[in-house]
Design a protein around this ligand. Structure first.
Ligand code: SGN
Ligand code: CA
Length: 526
């Protein structure tokens, strides 16, 4: 059941409603205008690398500002930890089997004729715009304006499709997307209407290419390694079969940018076809010169040091973290630019600001980069929301990206359709008591066989436990006690004493599969 608050304050087609409340001695008439929405979503931004969540790696003062002036969700999750599918869940408020976009397979196309929340906002009188990474195959629908990257998009000099027309822009993607977003708010939108603007950065997606001005940042910093970096995956067969290990799958040339001029350092066979210089091919000569100035000495030192074993693994980890965090620094700076624009244009007090990612990401936990698994680092996603006059502080209830649409519709006074799986968390944002909040979450990942070799799986998570079933070419169950084992190293499925708990979790999972009508429940009847 969707939670629909009676928050319809205004009719978007008619005049703004006037509410009155008392302030000290006098009665003030305050015009309640429909709230605008600025939704900022990065690609692959881990909560570990936002200082509002974790202080170990980087300071992100601008992103943190959203949390400091609003709410930090401490239990925020996705429904399918992969870009296209996650975006489809977000837009439709439905799990993947219901919106039809289950994986990023070549040629996958989101069915843009279906109901999405931007369409419903548009019908209710909002102006809607989508800028940046879209990654859903088909052209965007439900937006008055769209200017999207092609596929994953490039970090440097990317080509966009603007309302159907291709256009290459010179510069760095995160800056360009921000420029375009600010330009849309400033001079393209119709100021007589409320707006919903999606700012979708491609950063910090693989191969983590920093802006030129950030290349030398954090040079002397040595990042702490996660405790389970050398995980041996005992008792977890699917984890042992993945191909997203920093040690064995992170490529020296492709990922870590060691393309030496002498051509002595080579990509793994699997990555060679992508082209040795693929990631720098698009750079202008000036950009390439700045790039080489930074990476050439790193390449020279790497060749001289001839690292192997643990020393090589740890060098790879540090190099990965440096590039990733430099990319984040630029994201944070650009979030600051958007906040400054909103502030200087008196929009802060009438705009809901969301900061999130399309999923979480591994910063070396279990030895990994990438995402996909229902394990915490990738199942979770950062979520910071600033609602003017809303809750300040932590919101601990479990929310999922299928809830974003219902929440935003609720805020706009638009009825949340019954067929959306998500629920509005607006009452939580308003600081209201919600005694009947959900007690469990459902997850389903489909992209296998595919890059990184993470098996298909579905599962259920409660505040304390997680049950996962890996299927397709494998049949493995996993059970974790997140309180005793937050790093999910100890699979207790089938261990004596877990029978009752397993039964309860299977029943809970089936309940969710029935509620959402996921056909997989018919295939794997236990
Ligand atoms: C690309 C990446 C993968 C990544 C997927 C999905 N390879 O295929 O490492 O898992 O995207 O990412 S790359 O060589 O092209 O960088 S997603 O965020 O778009 O779902
Ligand atoms: Ca992603």
């Amino acid at each position: 059941m969707n939670h629909i608050t009676n928050s319809v304050l205004y009719s978007l087609t008619g005049a703004a409603m006037v509410t009155s409340f008392s302030s000290c001695k006098e009665q003030k008439q305050v015009e309640k205008k429909p709230m605008n929405i600025v939704y900022i979503m990065c690609d692959d931004h881990s909560f570990q690398t936002i200082s509002a969540y974790d202080q170990r790696y980087i300071q992100t003062p601008n992103i943190d500002r959203i949390a400091n002036e609003g709410a930090r969700f401490t239990n925020s999750f996705v429904a399918n930890s992969l870009s296209g599918p996650s975006r489809a869940c977000m837009l439709t408020g439905k799990h993947s089997h219901a919106n039809g976009y289950t994986d990023n397979a070549d040629g996958a196309m989101f069915d843009g004729s279906q109901q999405t929340f931007p369409k419903l906002l548009q019908q209710a009188g909002y102006q809607t715009a989508m800028i940046g990474k879209w990654h859903l195959g088909s052209e965007p629908t439900g937006f008055d304006h769209w200017d999207i990257l092609i596929g994953q998009g490039d970090y440097y000099n990317p080509t966009f499709i603007r309302n159907g027309e291709k256009l290459q822009r010179e510069g760095y993607a995160t800056n360009i997307v921000t420029d375009m977003a600010i330009n849309w708010m400033d001079s393209i939108r119709d100021e007589s209407k409320p707006f919903c603007l999606f700012i979708h950065h491609k950063a910090p997606h693989r191969t983590w290419m920093p802006d030129l001005c950030d290349l030398d940042l954090y040079e002397d910093v040595v990042y702490p390694m996660p405790e389970n970096f050398y995980d041996k995956y005992e008792g977890r067969i699917p984890a042992s079969k993945q191909e997203m290990s920093i040690i064995k799958d992170m490529d020296l040339v492709y990922d870590l940018k060691l393309a030496d001029k002498e051509n002595e350092i080579h990509s793994s066979e699997a990555l060679e076809p992508r082209g040795r210089y693929m990631y720098t091919d698009a750079l202008t000569p000036e950009q390439k010169a700045a790039w080489d100035k930074h990476y050439d000495p790193i390449i020279a030192k790497f060749k001289k040091d001839k690292l192997s074993g643990k020393a090589l693994a740890e060098w790879k980890y540090q190099q990965y973290m440096h590039d990733y965090l430099r990319v984040i620094h630029s994201v944070d700076r650009n979030v600051g630019r958007v906040l400054k624009y909103l502030e200087e244009n008196n929009l802060l007090e009438n705009t809901l600001i969301v900061y999130t990612s399309d999923q979480g990401f591994y910063m070396g936990e279990h030895g990994w980069f990438d995402k996909r698994f229902m394990y915490e680092e990738s199942f979770r996603t950062p979520l910071l929301v600033r609602l003017p006059e809303g809750k300040k502080g932590d919101i601990d209830q479990m929310v999922q990206n299928i809830d974003y649409g219902p929440t935003i519709l609720d805020l706009a006074g638009v009825q949340v359709p019954e067929d959306m799986h998500g629920v509005s968390f607006l009452p939580l944002l308003r600081g209201e008591e919600v005694p009947e909040w959900r007690k469990s979450l459902y997850y389903h990942f489909y992209e296998f066989p595919a890059e990184h070799a993470v098996r298909r799986h579905y599962g259920v998570r409660t505040d304390r436990y997680k049950l996962i079933h890996f299927y397709n070419d494998i049949d493995c169950w996993e059970l974790y006690d997140l309180q005793e084992d937050p790093q999910e190293m100890n699979n207790i499925y089938g261990k004596p004493g877990t029978e009752e708990l397993t039964k309860e979790l299977k029943a809970e999972m089936l309940k969710l599969q029935e509620q959402y009508d996921d056909p997989i429940r018919e295939v794997y009847k236990d």
